[in-house]
Design a protein. Structure first.
Length: 136
């Protein structure tokens, strides 16, 4: 199936997609803040960005959107431009894996939280972060 908008319009749409401060990230940050936890948001280590970082404890929390990160439960490829999207999502998943490996090699503990888990049970996600970061 052919894309229904021009290349310029598609580029503008893609450029407008947020890479930080997404709704799921904000949801988790608010839940952590309510409990009084201090963290850094969008913390950079070289070219990697950690969504929520507990720097002193070296805990990296990465919030993954179901579409962009290829969620095994919810990801559905668009019908148009199928090959492009397959390659794009596969590259994102590979990059995520490399990021996890590199952060762990630098002594960080990594937790990935799916967007759908935050929607379904924010408290459970907060508990996972608390346990890993030994906040409780």
């Amino acid at each position: 199936m052919v894309d229904t908008v021009s290349a310029i319009t598609r580029s503008r749409i893609m450029a407008s997609i947020k890479g930080k401060d997404t709704t799921p990230e904000i949801m988790l940050r608010k839940a952590l803040s309510v409990k009084g936890y201090k963290y850094r948001k969008n913390y950079h280590i070289g070219r990697k960005t950690i969504d929520i970082a507990f720097v002193g404890r070296k805990v990296a929390v990465l919030v993954d959107g179901c579409f962009w990160h290829g969620c095994p439960r919810h990801h559905k490829l668009p019908k148009s431009n199928l090959e492009y999207w397959k390659m794009k999502i596969m590259a994102n998943v590979k990059r995520d894996s490399i990021t996890d490996y590199e952060l762990k090699a630098e002594g960080w503990h990594v937790i990935r939280i799916w967007e759908h888990d935050l929607r379904d049970n924010t408290a459970m996600c907060v508990s996972r972060v608390e346990r890993l970061a030994k906040l409780i």
